[in-house]
Design a protein around this ligand. Structure first.
Ligand code: ATP
Ligand code: MG
Length: 560
């Protein structure tokens, strides 16, 4: 545990300190990538508790993903020690679930309501056909709640019950929301109910990283924060601690045409005069691009034959890079295949995040059900294994609602997938089931895994890596274009923000590549580099492709 009290804010710069120690009332922190948002947020909570006599149980910190919530919780533990447990930290969905569990009867639900999984939803849909009301009625009859309803039901409940609103406002006097640029209408409504207009709501985010409008997020809520909340205080963080100066300069130029932040500034805290330029590689094909990634990873980590972790070289300097320092980012999942293949052929370990939800995997619902019903003992991880054994022993296992059968191999895979989450949840079955219901992903990335990380640009948000490859920087992929449709201005702006998110994940070394030909939608086509590259000063790039075309002819001449 770090020392609380004097010195607590010493690890922050001047503006971060202003934000962390601002008095109560609405507070909007507009902060670009790498400016230390999480650091500032956690220090603000710690400062309020240590210096202003705020009780940790009066604090509610909301993020968008389970991974971000875990990170916040971890950092709060470090700053506050055991009392950090009293801070409520969670995602919007887990917050909605808490409100519903505490008021199940008032919301017209039985105390032991369950969140519908894929099988439940499919069964209700099949029965209800197109009739949305009827669909909900069927879920309700089975004591089930749909994922969307984790937000809509609490909002409806609170809207009709001023007393309940007052109780929650009394409980959570201090509310913190990270990545506020990504709130959608229902989440915003929930926040308005939980926080009075002059409440202690601290919203933090970056409008230029708003990349979820396709899911209903609306950056408009961020931009009109000071209209919605009385006398809102605004603090800007402009100092970027993450990226080298050339990487940051390229990113700032790339976002400029679409920036939603007036006078966007990002000042590099890192001013190494030796910092390498942004590597740019024009590949002939997706396979050539994949080979480029493999070759470069090989050089950086120090030769695949001996795999020494401390003999890599960047621009003539010895580095101590390992595979876990490297990420490959792309716009669409389909781009991963040739890169995964090429890395695998070179025996380079890879980890790739999947968007599949754990609860939707075959075998998983059966194990959750078995856990609930069978009298198992031991730790949660042990109970998951026992439930798997019981299920695997019965050959084809009908699930409890009769909606299908489970294959033993699915059960075994499901046990492997569930065990890490079970371990993280200790012995808390309710926590485990809630995590499962509210969106745990199949393969939450392990930051310590000794492997190159492959991610879509969307999934890379909030993360940082010493080395980043941004592949497929081509017109049609960035901005993304579907056959027969042109993205409108808003769509292009969002794609540019996505490109900005990608560039700003890099700390020391950034490589941007594009292929001259690529297969998409079943046909191979010639492609052009992304127009987003055109606004970046060419002097910030180092061309890594052979400027001269390769010379197969030389070989032929020699052969003759
Ligand atoms: P993003 O918008 O990409 O999510 P962020 O604003 O959340 O970025 P962080 O991930 O919190 O940024 O911080 C970026 C990096 O800068 C981290 O490695 C963090 O430790 C470092 N950092 C932040 N503030 C400081 C500081 N005052 N001194 C030194 N390093 C800092
Ligand atoms: Mg962040």
């Amino acid at each position: 545990m770090e020392e609380v009290g004097t010195g607590l804010l010493d690890r922050l710069d001047a503006m971060q300190r202003v934000a962390a120690s601002a008095p109560g009332g609405p507070l909007l922190i507009v902060a670009g990538p790498g400016t230390g948002k999480t650091r500032t947020l956690t220090h603000r909570i710690a400062y309020l508790c240590a210096e202003l006599n705020v009780f940790p149980d009066q604090c509610l910190a909301i993020t968008f993903t389970r991974r971000a919530a875990e990170e916040l919780r971890h950092r709060l533990d470090g700053l506050l020690g055991p009392v950090a447990e009293d801070v409520t930290v969670g995602t919007f969905h887990s917050l909605g679930l808490t409100v519903l569990r505490e008021n199940a009867t008032a919301a017209g639900l039985p105390a032991d309501f369950r969140i519908a999984d894929e099988a439940d939803r499919a069964a209700a849909r099949a029965e209800a056909g197109d009739d949305d009301e009827r669909y909900v009625a069927l879920l309700r009859k089975r004591d089930l709640v749909d994922l969307d309803e984790l937000l809509t039901l609490p909002v409806a409940l609170l809207k009709g019950d001023r007393k309940l609103v007052r109780e929650y406002r009394e409980r959570w006097k201090w509310i913190f929301v990270d990545e506020y640029q990504d709130v959608d209408a229902v989440q915003y409504e929930l926040l308005r109910l939980l926080s009075p207009p002059d409440g202690n709501l601290c919203a933090i985010g970056d409008p230029d990283q708003a990349i979820y409008s396709f899911r209903g997020a609306d950056v408009g809520y961020f931009l009109r924060f000071s209209q919605d909340f009385t006398d809102a205080r605004l603090v800007r963080l402009n100092r970027n601690y993450r990226s080298s100066a050339p990487i940051l300069a390229a990113a700032v130029q790339a976002i400029a045409p679409s920036s939603l932040v007036r006078g966007r500034r990002l000042d590099p805290a890192r001013l190494d005069p030796e910092a390498p330029l942004v590597g740019r590689y024009a590949a002939s094909s997706a396979y050539d691009e994949a080979d480029f990634v493999v070759r470069t990873v090989d050089e950086l980590v120090g030769g695949l034959s001996h795999r020494s972790l401390d003999s890599g070289r960047i621009d003539g300097r010895t580095t101590s890079l390992s595979f876990s320092d490297i990420a490959v980012l792309y716009r669409t999942d389909a781009q991963a295949a040739p890169i995964v293949d090429a890395l695998a052929r070179a025996n380079i370990p890879v980890q790739k995040r999947s968007h599949d939800r754990l609860r939707d995997r075959p075998g998983v619902p059966a194990i959750a059900r078995e856990l609930r019903h069978a009298g198992l003992d031991g730790s949660l991880a042990a109970r998951v294994r026992q439930a798997g054994q019981i299920l695997a022993e019965r050959f084809a296992v009908p699930t409890l609602d009769g909606s299908g059968a489970v294959r033993p191999e699915d059960v075994r895979t499901a046990v492997d997938l569930l065990t890490p989450l079970a371990r993280r949840c200790g012995d808390d079955l309710d926590l485990f089931l809630n995590q499962l219901a509210t969106g745990a992903e199949v393969d939450a990335l392990d930051p310590r895994a000794e492997a190159v990380t492959l991610l879509t640009l969307h999934a890379a948000k909030g993360l940082e890596f010493p080395v980043v490859f941004l592949v497929g920087a081509e017109d049609g992929l960035l901005p993304l274009r579907w056959p027969g449709s042109e993205p409108d201005d808003d769509a292009v702006a969002e794609e540019r923000r996505l490109f900005f998110v990608g560039l700003t994940r890099a700390q020391d070394r950034l490589y941007v590549s594009h292929a001259g030909r690529r297969a998409r939608h079943g046909a191979e086509r010639d492609t052009r580099p992304s127009p987003f590259l055109d606004v970046i000063d060419p002097a910030l790039f180092e061309r890594l492709d052979a400027t001269e075309p390769r010379r197969p002819k030389d070989h032929q001449l020699r052969l003759i």
